[in-house]
Ligand binder design. Structure first.
Ligand SMILES: Cc1ncc(COP(=O)(O)O)c(C=O)c1O
Length: 454
């Protein structure tokens, strides 16, 4: 059998991140201050982020050096392997060539530490001692707790209530790395108390947890805020994934026709695909299809509107232009907690708007079916988020089987599902629910958004 695993040396660890802002078909729409409705400046973001991160957020430089102390931490698990999924191909009987980049080997078990380590480092450099954040599935909270521990920073995590209840082991993992975890909505912030007053049994959402974390950081002199997805600098940090994958596919002597990534706020999708889109945007790979996969329960790209909206439910963040379901929309409690977000990264939205990328929505039962097909062939048990990508990879591979096409399909396998076993159990005992697209709720959430003229 041909080679299975394509492994880079530590010396091949990328030394720069790729910033796709330099190559977009048009500049990103400005970020807007919710009070003045004018574009914001760096000083508006200074209470929340260290200056180096604010600079990266607006940088138009194509390449950004990865600081040596960050590369040094990356070396604990990077470069990550790229696999050829021979066994999955055989199980499906497809002529397609399937590859996956395996990010589950990081300490936290997903791609999230790629930016957590960078963000903790820049905060540390600027003397920050305390960081707040939110987490959906618990993957991001674990990644930031781990990274903060390495740089001597205290980490406070607002964990979405439904995940807090579904995944107690993720909480314990965060605490093992010194993180302090509270279920969101909580009574600790005005934003949390307002939600609880309306709905004491609210399952929470990423939008609510962001409001709580931002509120605390904005009010405390000693505290900054960190976001695990959506923002430009986060997606840029994640490009270390795609940069490695490009070299590994060269080692394999292959060139993918289709790239796939699941999409919550856009960071694993962007991190994996942007380095490849560099060529597509330069007109060199016009035929490359790049597919983002989201849940039907939170279908921001496929069903949302491309308008200005808040990044959070409590209307505390600046306004960004994105595909959104409305900041007050609370997605159904699917097990892919990391995909339960009303909005989407502005960079991904701009690429979707320019038709550079495609998007597909899937339900959770077929997603878990795909996860089991994958686990039974390749061994690794996917996180429910990653399984969204696997569903579409399998669908594309089966299309190749029907047509006889020998396409190359590569996806980012962004995390393991070792803390998601109760979701697997629910699927295997037939108890998992598919949530239909809540058209009425989204319509209601989309009315009354601020009208921004730029
Ligand atoms: C394993 C995994 N994949 C994907 C996501 C979705 O986020 P993003 O779109 O930023 O990659 C998450 C978020 O928590 C996650 O934990």
């Amino acid at each position: 059998m041909a080679q299975t695993k394509f492994v880079l040396d530590e010396k091949d660890l990328p030394s720069r991140w790729y910033n796709i802002q330099a190559d977009l078909p048009a500049p990103l729409p400005p970020v807007i201050h919710p009070g003045t409705l004018q574009p914001i400046g760096p000083q508006d973001l200074a209470p929340l982020f260290p200056m180096e991160i604010i600079k990266q957020e607006v940088s138009q430089e194509r390449w950004i050096d990865i600081p040596e102390p960050v590369r040094d931490v990356y070396r604990l698990w990077r470069p990550t392997p790229l696999y050829r999924a021979h066994r999955l191909e055989q199980a499906l009987g497809t002529p397609a060539r399937i590859y996956y980049k395996w990010e589950g080997v990081s300490p936290a078990g997903s791609h999230k530490p790629n930016t957590a380590v960078a963000q903790a480092y820049y905060n540390h450099q600027e003397g920050v001692r305390r960081i707040t954040t939110e987490t959906g599935a618990g993957q991001w909270g674990s990644a930031l707790s781990f990274a903060c521990q390495l740089f001597g920073i205290e980490c406070k995590v607002y964990m979405v209530r439904v995940s807090y209840d579904q995944k107690p082991y993720r909480r314990i993992m965060m605490e093992a790395w010194g993180g302090k975890v509270v279920a969101s909505p909580s009574k600790e912030t005005a934003a949390g108390r307002a939600i609880l007053a309306k709905d004491p049994s609210s399952p929470g959402s990423l939008g609510i947890a962001i409001s709580e974390a931002v509120e605390e950081a904005a009010q405390r002199e000693d505290t900054k805020y960190s976001l695990g997805s959506v923002l430009n600098h986060v997606l840029t940090h994640q490009t270390v994934i795609g940069l490695e994958a490009q070299r590994q596919l060269e080692m394999a002597g292959d060139r993918p026709d289709i790239l796939v990534g699941c999409i919550g706020g856009g960071s694993n999708f962007g991190g994996f695909t942007f380095p490849f889109l560099h060529d597509k945007l330069a007109g060199k790979r016009k035929d490359l299809r790049v597919i983002a996969v989201e849940p039907h329960a939170a279908p921001s790209l496929t069903k949302g509107e491309y308008v200005y909206d808040f990044g959070d439910t409590g209307q505390m963040t600046p306004l960004v232009k994105m595909y959104t379901l409305g900041h007050s929309f609370i997605p159904a409690p699917i097990h892919a907690g990391g995909l339960r977000y009303h909005g989407m990264a502005p960079l991904v939205c701009a690429l979707y708007d320019h038709k550079v990328i495609e998007a597909v929505a899937v339900h959770q039962n077929p997603t878990f079916e795909a996860a089991l097909t994958f686990a039974r062939a390749e061994g690794f048990l996917p996180a429910p988020e990653a399984a969204h990508a696997i569903r579409v990879v399998i669908d594309e591979a089966l299309r190749c089987k029907a047509s006889g096409d020998r396409k190359g399909i590569a996806f980012n396998f962004c995390g393991h599902g070792h803390f998601d076993l109760s979701a697997y159990e629910r699927y295997m005992t037939g108890k998992l629910e598919d949530f239909e697209y809540p058209a009425e709720k989204v319509k209601a959430a989309l009315t009354g958004l601020p009208k921004v003229q730029v």
